[in-house]
Structures are given as structure tokens and as C-alpha cells.
Design a protein around this ligand. Structure first.
Ligand code: NAD
Ligand code: ZN
Length: 253
């Protein structure tokens, strides 16, 4: 059902959480918009400004690597200043209470870790943009390191000591998905008895497969997102309101 108002949505969600042994939160960019990080698909979102750089283009052209780092540095203030929002804090409370084993996320902003969820319990499907790594030897680099080399070289993206390309630790279009994270997400989805999709348009695979898998394997499905999704008809509860507003009372103080 679609919650008719915020308070009813909260009440119904609280009941679903209470009757579940294991809640699996699955999050997308919508949980971080109140933290100042824009999502992709909302009006005014990132895709209206930049078309994404596919992985092949990054590999093939120095200019694309330079451009992708210019864009990343332009976002640095947003990522560096962002603090967990009410949604992140509510999920961290569920985690501390032993209701949720962690969180599966499409986000790359590190805010679930910053909210107190152990890094090992944050399953990142699209990687993490708060650090960089070499595509060949996996050596990690800080964004600051890349930025310093980039300016020293007059706006040229630096390579790793091994000669490999250095990229934010995120998954681009056309890049292979992280197998271990995918397997873990799938296994958690099969185990949970409440799948809680928050702030994702649920259109990109694997996000588009997990709500269905959850339902097929016997879990209940709740969707919290401002805009409708394709899975709303399948869901036990749909809340089409602001994430922070809805989840604020779930923060344990
Ligand atoms: P999306 O942009 O496709 O969907 C976000 C959804 O959140 C939209 O449907 C929007 O209506 C909803 N939303 C936004 N703010 C909300 C709010 N305050 N309350 C309720 N709903 C709200 O995001 P996506 O499905 O996660 O896919 C985009 C991909 O881009 C992600 O997979 C991720 O890798 C990447 N991305 C990550 C971040 C981040 O890390 N914060 C930000 C932008 C994009
Ligand atoms: Zn290397």
C-alpha cells in the first residue's frame, strides 16, 4: 500500500521493522541529497550537467582521464564536507540494535561508514569515491595525492608508480561490477525478511533485481522514495516522502 501521509508511513514501517528478524536496508543517492550531494536522476541532478564518462573512454584517452579527475575535484568540497544525514543515522541505529546486519548501497560517498556502520558491513555495489586506486595493481591513493600530482603536471591525470591508471575507486559505466560485493548483496537479500529500499530509482541493475529477489525469497518489501518506482505495485509498503523526515524518529539517541 502507499502510505497516505508521513505519520502513517512511519507507523507502518515501524511495525514492519518490529516484526522482522533481519532488515536489509538498500540505499541509493536519495539518502544523501540532504547531505548536499545531488543525485543523478532527480530534476537538476548530475545527469543534466554531465554525461557520464564510460570506462572504455577513460582507458583509451588521457583527455577523458583528465576530464574525469577535473569533475571529481569540482565535487571534492561536497564530498569532503558531507556528514551523515537523518536517513544514515536511522539506519546506523537499526544496525546497532542488531536489526540490520549492515547496508547494501549504490552510493559512493562513504556516509554509511561515517554514520558508524562498520566498513566491513557496508556492501558497496558501485565502489567509493573518497579514495583512488590503481586499475592494475590496486595500490590506493588519497584524493589529495592525485590532486597534487594533477596540478604539478599542469592538469594531467597522474599514473600509478607501476604505470597503471589511477581512478576513483568507483565503478563506471562499462566497468565490471565487484563480484564479491554482488554475491554478498544477493545472499543478504535472500536471508532478510524485510528489504528496505531507500532513495533509489531502482532502474539500474542490480538494484532493479534485488527487490524482486527479496520478494521471491519470502521477504517483505518497503520502498521509501520521493518518486514512484517500478516496484511500487509489488511492495508491502510504499512511502513517497522525504527520507530524512520519515526516518528521523528512527534515530536512537
Ligand atoms: P537515482 O538518482 O537514480 O535515484 C535517486 C532517487 O532518490 C530518485 O528517485 C529521487 O526521487 C529520490 N530522492 C532524492 N532525494 C530524496 C529525498 N530527500 N527523499 C526521498 N527521495 C529522494 O539514484 P540511484 O538509483 O542511487 O542511482 C544513481 C547512481 O549514481 C548510484 O548507483 C550511485 O552509484 C551514483 N550516485 C551516487 C551518489 C552518492 O554516493 N551520494 C550520488 C549520485 C549518484
Ligand atoms: Zn599500480
Amino acid at each position: 500500500m502507499i502510505a497516505p501521509d508521513v505519520q502513517t508511513g512511519r507507523d507502518l514501517l515501524a511495525r514492519l521493522i518490529e516484526s522482522a528478524d533481519m532488515v536489509l536496508p538498500f540505499t541509493g543517492a536519495g539518502i544523501s541529497t540532504e547531505c548536499g550531494i545531488p543525485d543523478f536522476r532527480s530534476p537538476g541532478g548530475l545527469w543534466e550537467k554531465f554525461s557520464p564518462i564510460p570506462f572504455d573512454a577513460f582507458l583509451e584517452q588521457q583527455e577523458m582521464r583528465d576530464e574525469s579527475w577535473r569533475r571529481r575535484f569540482a565535487m571534492e568540497e561536497k564530498f569532503a564536507l558531507a556528514r551523515p544525514g537523518r536517513g544514515h543515522r536511522a539506519l546506523a541505529s537499526l544496525y546497532r540494535a542488531g536489526k540490520a546486519p549492515g547496508v547494501v548501497t549504490q552510493n559512493i560517498d562513504n556516509l554509511h561508514q561515517a554514520s558508524g556502520i562498520d566498513a566491513d558491513d557496508v556492501v558497496e555495489l558501485h565502489g567509493n569515491t573518497t579514495y583512488a586506486a590503481c586499475l592494475d595493481c590496486s595500490q590506493r591513493y588519497t584524493i589529495e595525492w592525485v590532486r597534487a600530482r594533477f596540478s604539478e603536471q599542469g592538469g594531467r591525470a597522474p599514473d600509478c608508480r607501476c604505470g597503471g591508471y589511477v581512478k576513483t575507486a568507483t565503478i563506471s559505466f562499462g566497468q565490471a561490477m565487484p563480484e564479491a560485493a554482488l554475491r554478498r548483496a544477493e545472499s543478504l537479500t535472500r536471508q532478510c525478511d524485510l528489504f528496505l529500499a531507500i532513495g533509489s530509482s531502482l532502474v539500474v541493475w542490480p538494484a532493479a533485481a534485488m527487490p524482486l529477489l527479496a520478494k521471491q525469497t519470502g521477504a517483505r518489501l518497503a520502498i521509501l522514495n520521493r518518486e514512484p518506482t517500478e516496484f511500487d505495485a509489488l511492495a508491502d509498503l510504499v512511502i513517497r516522502d522525504d527520507i530524512g523526515l520519515v526516518l528521523e524518529p528512527f534515530i536512537a539517541h
